[in-house]
Design a protein around this ligand. Structure first.
Ligand code: ADP
Ligand code: MG
Length: 246
């Protein structure tokens, strides 16, 4: 495939925080509809990698291209790319002073200039899909962590993104709430959206991922389809990592 045919393409990406070389020659091509799970030790550069894809972080070397557009430091380009990329964080990042519904209306109304009644209709449909429509008029702090994370996912879906990025979406949740969030993510995956998910939920990776990537110390060390990745790790570093988490 030619590079411009990939939904996500990172080529020779290097990034430094001051003197610290945080991303070392990252090369990653992801096809439309592909599901990729990224795992690796804390501090290995997983968050930084996916934050480079929607310009939440800048990088000093290399190229990133999203759905055929080269990501450059230009307001219009960044806006265009962000309109195609939804991101879900570990800490839901909902606006606490807005109701669930108002959280979902912000981007469609203010960024995408949708009429309010249309935005409400779409928002309610997505709240329905993440099974939380009955909470639409509550404030985030009146919901459980699992419910808040489902709201955060619905909020992303309201912009009808091509790509969803998840950064450890279940790691701040109490154990009993993990599966309600993973279930929503599995459904999304089934619908064909392109997905990158940083997670250590290996059950999810096995069920959903086309490819699992292992990062360590700012590098992609190993990648494979899930079966081979877990059952036949090649590098000592991945073997050690899997021993620790499985
Ligand atoms: P991961 O998501 O794999 O845990 P991160 O991408 O968050 O790793 O971070 C990679 C490394 O970069 C870590 O060592 C972290 O301390 C460092 N780092 C992250 N953000 C910053 C920053 N804003 N300034 C300096 N160092 C940072
Ligand atoms: Mg992280």
């Amino acid at each position: 495939m030619a590079e411009q045919d990939y939904m996500i393409s990172m080529k020779g990406v290097n990034k430094w925080y001051g003197d610290f070389h945080v991303l070392k020659d990252i090369n990653l091509n992801i096809k439309k509809g592909e599901k990729v799970v990224i795992c690796g030790p804390s501090g290995s550069g997983k968050s930084t990698t996916i934050r480079c894809l929607n310009h939440l972080e800048k990088f000093q070397e290399g190229t990133v291209s999203i759905n055929g557009t080269d990501l450059i430091d230009d307001v219009k380009v960044v806006r265009h790319i962000r309109s195609q990329v939804g991101m879900v964080f570990q800490h839901f990042n909902l606006f606490p002073h807005l109701t669930v519904l108002e959280n979902l209306l912000l981007a469609p109304i203010w960024v995408h200039k949708k009429p309010r009644h249309e935005a409400i209709k779409t928002a309610m449909e997505y709240l329905e899909r993440v099974k939380i429509a009955d909470q639409a008029h509550k404030f985030p702090n009146q919901l459980s962590g699992g419910q808040q994370q489902r709201v955060a996912i619905a909020r992303c879906l309201c912009i009808n993104p091509e790509i969803m990025l998840f950064d450890e979406p279940t790691s701040a949740l109490d154990p009993e709430m993990v599966s309600e969030v993973l279930d929503v993510m599995v459904e999304l995956a089934d619908e064909g959206i392109t997905m990158i998910c940083v997670t250590h939920e290996m059950g999810f990776a096995k069920k959903v991922a086309d490819r699992v990537i292992f990062m360590d110390a700012g590098q992609i060390i190993e990648e494979n389809e899930p079966h081979e990745f877990f059952d036949n790790p090649q590098s000592d570093r991945l073997k050690m990592f899997l021993d620790q988490i499985l």
